[in-house]
Design a protein around this ligand. Structure first.
Ligand code: AVI
Length: 323
């Protein structure tokens, strides 16, 4: 190119495809603007999320882990050996590693939007569990996923830990659970679902978990703006937005927002909008389901029976469900 290095640096080429750009701009243009939580997870965001999972305030990962440790035998007995494990949103595959080891799984299929991250994790997984056939698929789990043609139909186990199901609207969650149900084939094929859900708990615990003292969750939230800038070519200055998280009791969910610190205009190729001071962009919901409420969603999605395990404080539940 003939452009000077300076001019090149100043030009931001939107890296998202047209449909994705349109969807993001549509969300930003609403009276109540939104950014989908999936845009948290670029490379930096995935790393920040891993830091979140180790924060003292973020009980979710630790408590789920403690349930797997404490009830591992009973969970393994319910699931059965030799499963073909399918994990949507596999991330670093750390949880799958413990599970596949324990269940003597023969095959693992990891699915994630952050492909590079996933491929490295899949490689590490097959290094530590050499008998396991490991495959990594790039995919957005909100869209239909094609599993490998030669994946065995018997004993499939969809593994969806971490309470990520809580980041979808309940209707979307049912849709997603139905898709997982479909991945299991016929009821007679013996497939099942192992899923983690975050239960309702005292508000101050939730508040601290989603607004930690060291500000990692705030950085994670703001990073969505930097990611969106790259995808649509917008000029958000993430430092001019404040992280806000609170529990919405009526909807039983923690909400995360970004609040404009002053009046500003944000532009992107072909458009833009004004934000006034205090106006906010809704970036995430994290639903906290009681077991009863979640059981109803499972039923709606075609799962007829389930068994569950919780921690002493009933903060989190691991559920094993069958069609
Ligand atoms: C990935 N997901 C289950 C996390 C949650 O708790 O809803 C995402 C997160 N948002 C803020 N902190 C963590």
């Amino acid at each position: 190119s003939l452009a000077s290095p300076q001019a090149q640096a100043a030009t931001v080429w939107p890296s998202g495809d047209v449909t994705e750009r349109q969807a993001i701009i549509h969300g930003l243009s609403q009276v109540k603007p939104t950014i989908s939580p999936k845009y948290f997870y670029d490379e930096r965001g995935s790393a920040l999320f891993e830091t979140i999972t180790r924060l003292p305030e973020y009980y979710v990962t630790r408590v789920e882990q403690s349930i797997f440790e404490r009830h591992g035998n009973s969970i393994a007995a319910s699931v059965g050996a030799d499963s073909v494990v399918i994990e949507p949103g596999a991330g670093n595959c750390e949880k799958a590693r413990a599970l596949c080891d324990r269940l003597h799984s023969t095959e693992f299929v990891g699915i994630d939007i952050s492909t590079e991250h996933l491929q490295e994790a899949a490689k590490r997984l097959s290094d530590v569990l050499p008998w396991l056939r490991v495959r990594a698929i790039a995919g957005d789990i909100t869209e239909p996923i094609r599993l490998p043609e030669d994946l065995p139909r018997r004993n499939r186990l969809v593994f969806y830990p971490g309470s990520s199901i809580g980041n979808f609207e309940p209707a979307q969650a049912v849709h997603l659970l139905s898709q997982m149900r479909a991945m299991l084939g016929e009821a007679s094929d013996g497939g099942s679902l192992l899923i983690g859900i975050d239960l309702p708990k005292p508000v101050h615990i939730l508040q601290a978990a989603y607004d930690d003292a060291s500000g990692v969750t705030a950085a994670f939230n703001r990073n969505a703006l930097d990611h969106v800038n790259r995808l649509i070519g917008s000029d958000f200055d993430s430092q001019h937005w404040k992280h806000r998280a609170f529990f919405n009791a009526e909807c039983s969910r923690v909400e995360m927002h970004l609040v404009a610190l002053h009046d500003m205009r944000v532009s992107w190729p072909g458009g833009g909008r004004e934000f006034s001071m205090g106006e906010r962009i809704h970036t995430e919901n994290s639903y906290k389901y009681s077991l009863d409420v979640f059981a109803a969603l499972l039923r709606e999605a075609g799962f007829g029976q389930y068994q569950s395990w919780t921690d002493d404080q009933d903060w989190f539940a691991v559920i094993h469900a069958r069609p």
